[in-house]
Design a protein around this ligand. Structure first.
Ligand code: FES
Length: 240
């Protein structure tokens, strides 16, 4: 079996290259392959991992341009392995997720209500998908908006905001909604790329649409509405 890995180092100078590796392994996961290469061929190969069971999210990377969890992905002949996009690469397949994680803080993606009140069974059911997010960063890597606007709050932060906005215990719903208007819910293009790559099958796109609907209930509208041509004049006639 032969695979290619995009290697990157900044020390002593910036160096980027795609290297090929060959091995005899039967039906391995990508994480098993990376471990095998590190222990038998090249100890300098750097990658992140933790749980080895799709729970911690630390082994997220790209194969043939698509985001995967290395511990879950079964390697195919000729695969090209690269680090996540839209985040700084530290070395090889290790990326710096600090900025993406900080979006949870900017978005205030936590419960600001009475956390001592028990969650109702309806809330529990409604929130079970969003609560499964493992913050692997695949959605930020696939997001074309985050690629061009590093201030966009991004998929997993907005999914977590919806998780708490839709929580019956949340007392700061309106403030939470107002907090995600700028570089937030209206900046998403609803392209669905985040949903397609999420290993937990969470649809951030759907969560953002729900945040938009709730925004409208609080009087917050798309700031671009009416400024991109098309729409209706004051007399009700179409204007372009
Ligand atoms: S090692 Fe934890 S998700 Fe892959």
């Amino acid at each position: 079996m032969k695979i290619q890995i995009k290697r990157y180092t900044s020390e002593p100078e910036i160096k980027e290259e795609v290297l090929a590796y060959e091995m005899e392994l039967e039906d391995p996961t990508l994480l098993e392959v990376l471990g095998h290469i590190k222990t038998t061929q090249d100890s300098s190969l750097s990658f992140s991992s933790g749980c080895r069971s799709s729970v911690c999210g630390s082994c997220s990377m790209r194969v043939n341009g698509r985001e995967v969890l290395a511990c879950a992905y079964k390697v195919q002949e000729g695969d090209l392995v690269e680090p996540l996009k839209n985040v700084p690469v530290i070395r090889d397949l290790v990326v710096d997720m600090d900025k993406a994680y900080s979006m949870n803080v900017r978005a205030k993606a936590w419960l600001e209500g009475s956390s001592d009140v028990a969650l109702s069974p309806e809330d529990e059911k409604r929130n079970e998908r969003q609560s499964d997010c493992i913050m692997c960063g695949s959605c930020y890597s696939a997001c074309p908006v985050y690629a061009v606007n590093g201030e966009f709050l991004g998929p997993f932060a907005l999914t977590r905001v919806w998780r708490y906005v839709s929580d019956g215990r949340e007392e700061g719903e309106e403030a939470k909604i107002h907090n995600v208007q700028s570089n937030g819910v209206w900046d998403c293009t609803l392209c669905n790329e985040c949903t397609l790559v999420c290993p937990q099958d969470i649809s951030s796109k759907a969560d953002i649409e729900k945040l938009r609907a709730t925004s409208a209930q609080y009087g917050c509208m798309d700031p671009n509405f009416g400024s991109f041509g098309g729409g209706f004049g004051f007399d009700g006639s179409p204007s372009f």
